[in-house]
Ligand binder design. Structure first.
Ligand SMILES: [Zn+2]
Length: 281
């Protein structure tokens, strides 16, 4: 039987399709935080749900940390960069902002305030400006009859939550279900449904089918790689094979240990391959 802790290490969600969220964040950043702040703080990486922001000094990091909720609210409205829930500030060498304005460049994507106002003289001025700009935008939205997302407080035109949050809730539900099926494939569907808030039996079935197919494909690819004497990740594959058999057969894990015929049957053409990786040859 596999230990839950060791299985957790092997869990790696697949990166979703679509464009690079960091590129989207960088593009929106000056508009989001204002030109003053953008000169002193630059997003450089996204690690899981954390956006890493390089700042000009510890004092900038400290002050911007107070504005984290506002900045996250702004980021939450970016459809191309969903799922950022935290910011982490690091002091570092900032890249000089790209020289602005080609000779025939159209209007830049900077806010009117950023263009008309001279650069803020102090950090406090810059932050106060950012706060004012956020408040202005929100007030204008409220005046137009707009509401705010119940989860991230981003402006929304209709509905209780913004699209990124709605997608995010679905994504989290799917992720929680996938993770449970991988870590604890012996749970019954009722048990999984009880553990994942809002998950429907239809979603569960679809996720189970998709996971089984993708695990099978991964094992099959690894089988080919092994034949070609290419390196494979045996630890992950062993866990994958175990989860696959349990989820596929729905057999009690304790019974499975005694009844290898069930295993052989479930793994079919991959049975010998799985025996090989388990023997550690
Ligand atoms: Zn939202």
């Amino acid at each position: 039987m596999l230990k839950l802790g060791s299985v957790l290490d092997a869990w790696r969600p697949k990166p979703g399709p679509g464009s690079d969220p960091l590129v989207a964040v960088r593009a929106a950043w000056p508009e989001l935080v204002g030109a003053d702040v953008a000169r002193a703080a630059q997003p450089v990486a996204i690690e899981r749900e954390v956006l890493i922001v390089l700042t000009a000094s510890a004092s900038w990091s400290h002050q911007l940390a107070f504005l984290e909720p506002e900045i996250l609210r702004g980021l939450g409205a970016l459809a191309a960069a969903p799922g950022i829930t935290r910011l982490r500030f690091r002091v570092g060498k900032l890249r000089r902002p790209a020289a602005s304005g080609g000779r025939h460049g159209g209007p830049r994507q900077e806010s009117a305030a950023a263009v008309s106002e001279p650069p803020a003289k102090t950090l406090d001025d810059a932050l106060a400006r950012l706060r004012r700009s956020v408040e202005r935008t929100r007030a204008a939205h409220r005046l137009r009859g707009g509401t705010f997302c119940a989860l991230c407080e981003a402006p929304v035109d209709a509905g209780p939550t913004c699209t990124p949050c709605r997608d995010d809730v679905e994504r989290r539900r799917r992720y929680a279900c996938e993770r449970l099926l991988f870590e604890a494939p012996w749970l019954s569907s009722d048990e999984v449904l009880a553990l994942v808030d809002g998950l429907t039996p239809e979603e569960y079935d679809a996720i189970r089918r998709r996971l089984l197919r993708s695990w099978w494909d991964e094992l099959w690819r690894a089988n080919k790689l092994l034949k070609l004497r290419q390196p494979i990740d045996r630890v992950r594959l062993r866990k994958l094979a175990s989860s696959f058999v349990l989820l596929e057969t729905r057999i009690d894990p304790l019974r499975l240990e005694m009844d290898s015929a069930v295993r052989k049957n479930a793994l079919g053409d991959l049975y010998e391959f799985v025996c090989t990786i388990e023997a550690g040859v």
